[in-house]
Design a binder for this molecule. Structure first.
Ligand code: GRF
Length: 235
C-alpha cells in the first residue's frame, strides 16, 4: 500500500480528487496525512474523509528551517512513501527537497517547462499560446523545474479568458494526479535516486480503480498524456 501525505494551502480540489481516487478498495494507495500551512478550506475535505490533518503555520516559527523541522517531524511520523504537493504555496528549501528527493511530487497548471510560477493561465493567454495544460513533476530545489512525470494538454480557445481556461485545465488536473498516483502505486512508474541522480522508469499497464471522466483511458501511459522519462543530476 502506497502511503501518501498531501500538502495544501487552499481549496483542495486536487486533494479531493486524490481522496476520491484512493478511497477505492482496488487502489493500493492511501492518504495518511494532510498537512497545511494555514487554515486551508481543503482541510475540511480531509476531515470529512476521516484523514488525519495538521496545520503547521510558518508565522509561528522564527525561520524557515524550524518551520520545516516541524513539517519533517509530521511527515516522518506518518511514514509516507510519497509527498504530494497540491496547491501548497510555499517554496521548500533545498535541504528539505534533498531530504525527500524522489519522494515529493507536485501538480502545476502549465505544460512545464513553460510558465513556471504563478498566473500561468493569463500568461499563456497573453502569449497567444495554442496549447496549455498541466504537469505532474518531481520536486527538486529549483522551482517547478524537476523531471516531468506526466502532462495533459488542453487546447486554448479563442473565446477563453483566464477563468474558462483555468477551469478546463483544473478538470484535467483532477484526472492526471490520480492517474500518476495509481501508476506509481501499481509499479508502472518508479522513481529512484542513485547517487544524487533521479531516475524515472515506466512501463505500460492498467491503472487500478476508476477516475471519473477517464473511462476510456485507464491504461498507462495515457494516450493523451505524454510520459517524459529522463535522468537528472540533482542541482
Ligand atoms: C492547482 O491549479 C494546482 O495545479 C496548483 O495550485 C492549484 C491548487 O488548486 N499547484 P486546489 O487547491 O487543488 O483546488
Amino acid at each position: 500500500m502506497l502511503r501518501l501525505a498531501v500538502l495544501i494551502s487552499g481549496r483542495g480540489s486536487n486533494l479531493q480528487s486524490l481522496i476520491a481516487y484512493t478511497a477505492q478498495d482496488t487502489v493500493p494507495a492511501m492518504i495518511v496525512k494532510v498537512l497545511a500551512d494555514k487554515p486551508a478550506a481543503g482541510l475540511a475535505l480531509a476531515e470529512a474523509a476521516g484523514i488525519e490533518t495538521e496545520t503547521i503555520d510558518p508565522s509561528l516559527y522564527s525561520d524557515r528551517a524550524s518551520f520545516e523541522e516541524s513539517l519533517i517531524t509530521a511527515i516522518d511520523k506518518a511514514k509516507v512513501d510519497i509527498i504530494c504537493l497540491a496547491g501548497f504555496m510555499r517554496v521548500l528549501s533545498p535541504s528539505f527537497c534533498r531530504r525527500y528527493l524522489g519522494k515529493i511530487i507536485n501538480i502545476h497548471p502549465s505544460l512545464l517547462p513553460q510558465y513556471k510560477g504563478l498566473n500561468t493561465h493569463q500568461r499563456a493567454l497573453d502569449d497567444g499560446a495554442k496549447q496549455h495544460g498541466c504537469s505532474v513533476h518531481i520536486v527538486t530545489a529549483e522551482l517547478d523545474d524537476g523531471p516531468i512525470v506526466a502532462q495533459h494538454q488542453v487546447a486554448v480557445n479563442t473565446a477563453d479568458d483566464q477563468d474558462r481556461l483555468a477551469a478546463r485545465v483544473l478538470a484535467e488536473e483532477h484526472k492526471l494526479y490520480p492517474a500518476v498516483i495509481g501508476a506509481i502505486a501499481a509499479g508502472l512508474i518508479t522513481i529512484r535516486t542513485d547517487q544524487g541522480q533521479l531516475r524515472l522508469d515506466h512501463r505500460s499497464g492498467a491503472i487500478p480503480g476508476h477516475i471519473p471522466g477517464m473511462e476510456q483511458h485507464m491504461q498507462w501511459p495515457l494516450p493523451t498524456c505524454p510520459f517524459h522519462s529522463k535522468e537528472m543530476a540533482e542541482k
